[in-house]
Design a protein around this ligand. Structure first.
Ligand SMILES: [Zn+2]
Length: 410
């Protein structure tokens, strides 16, 4: 099963100095910053998913210069994929349909999307689609459907299928070299199965299943079971945007050959509990808030609610105690007390029990990834983008290893 990591221009600065908390003065982001596949070897994913909406859509994360570098050099050189050791990384393009889900129609023509994939040199390209936001369980003998699907959903499915047909025609007309994937959008097991059937008739053997992000696990499985009834033996699926990644290994039997997910990366700094992936369990990262950089704290300082100097001292005390603990110069009590004092000063919740677990287990010492080997305890400190993204890279490493181990065991 192939795991694609969606690009969001997440890179780290290898020159970053954790003691001074500053980058090197001669750092050039575009030249010096590194993607996860350049830091962790072999790469912690099968390939990169790049959404056209991210490159040139309304919510684009690309600067003018980046966009032009991508068009000029192609996707492989842009991400420096061929400089990586290990098996070659694959590239998958899509439109990023969630970015325009509120629009009446996708903002791209089929022609411009096929040309985008072809000119950038993608390995795989996903046809233009329009997400259906809604789910209605199928009628069974016991339960009748609560309501009929709204016309808008039916229109979106038909539009997506029309685009898929046009996508294949354009692909053939320009003799494009990427492998095309048609998208199945639906609102129920039966409607997904219908879309898959139509796409197979068009000639697709790779099909992306879209719009499943908001669905519950049981709903995703109901759809996969219905699709299984119509699937040709040679048809394989890509699951677009999976958040419950722990379940994905069970989907292999339904012909799911690949998926993409940002969850392992984003949990590093978006989750309330599971920030650092260990091989056996997940850990809470240790929050040391920046009194001079955190907007909420800055406002409280300005309002006279917090003594900034005192806060700076306590914050420094936490970082020093954590560093000393990692050098085995003090017991676990020293950083725990420093953290309790600072959290109490800020009015933050008591996280001592979770912090004890993280510090006691020291999972970064047992982790062979390049991040943990390089930065030690800083990988579990929830603070600033350089630490948080490194923890995200580490999570990708652990997730990818576990996935392949579990698949091999199954
Ligand atoms: Zn690690």
């Amino acid at each position: 099963m192939d795991f694609f990591f969606p690009d969001s221009q997440d890179q780290i600065d290898p020159s970053y100095d954790f003691k001074r908390e500053a980058s090197s003065l001669d750092r050039v982001r575009q030249r010096d910053d590194r993607y996860a596949h350049e830091v962790i070897s072999p790469a912690p994913y099968t390939g990169i998913l790049l959404s056209k909406a991210l490159v040139d859509g309304p919510g684009s994360k690309y600067t003018f210069a980046q966009r032009h570098r991508l068009y000029r050099h192609g996707v492989r050189r842009f991400f420096r994929l061929d400089a990586c050791e290990g098996p070659p990384l694959a590239t998958l393009g899509d439109c990023g349909a969630f970015n325009y889900v509120r629009e009446e129609k996708p903002p791209y023509s089929v022609e411009e999307v096929v040309d985008f994939y072809d000119e950038c040199g993608f390995d795989y390209g996903i046809s233009v689609d329009h997400v259906i936001l809604g789910y209605i369980p199928d009628a069974t003998e016991v339960v009748r459907p609560l309501r009929e699907a709204p016309q808008e959903w039916i229109d979106r499915q038909e539009l997506t299928l029309e685009y898929a047909a046009e996508f294949l025609r354009r692909h053939k007309a320009i003799n494009a070299s990427f492998t095309p994937l048609g998208v199945a959008q639906g609102w129920s097991p039966t409607s997904y199965a219908h879309a898959v059937q139509v796409l197979q008739q068009m000639g697709y053997s790779f099909i992306a299943l879209g719009g499943m992000v908001p669905l519950k696990t049981a709903e995703i499985e109901a759809c996969l079971r219905a699709i299984e009834d119509v699937r040709h033996p040679e048809t394989h699926f890509h699951l677009l945007g999976i958040t419950r990644t722990e379940l994905v290994k069970h989907y292999e039997r339904y012909g799911v050959a690949s998926f993409d997910s940002t969850s392992p990366f984003r949990q590093a700094f978006k989750d309330d509990r599971d920030n650092y992936y260990g091989p056996e369990r997940k850990y809470l990262a240790i929050r040391v808030m920046q009194i001079d950089a955190n907007n909420r704290l800055k406002r409280r300082v300005l309002a006279g609610e917090l003594d900034q100097n005192k806060g700076r001292g306590l914050e420094r005390g936490c970082l020093d105690a954590l560093a000393a603990y990692d050098r085995d110069e003090c017991s676990i009590e020293t950083p725990l007390e420093a953290l309790a004092t600072y959290d109490n000063f800020l009015g933050e919740p008591d996280r001592q029990a979770e912090y004890w677990r993280t510090l006691h287990d020291r999972p970064w010492r047992a982790c062979p990834c390049a991040i943990c080997q390089d930065v030690g305890i800083d990988v579990v400190i929830f603070r600033g983008t350089e630490r948080n993204k490194r923890r995200g890279f580490h999570n990708l490493f652990v997730f990818n290893n576990l996935l392949h181990k579990e698949l091999a065991a199954a």
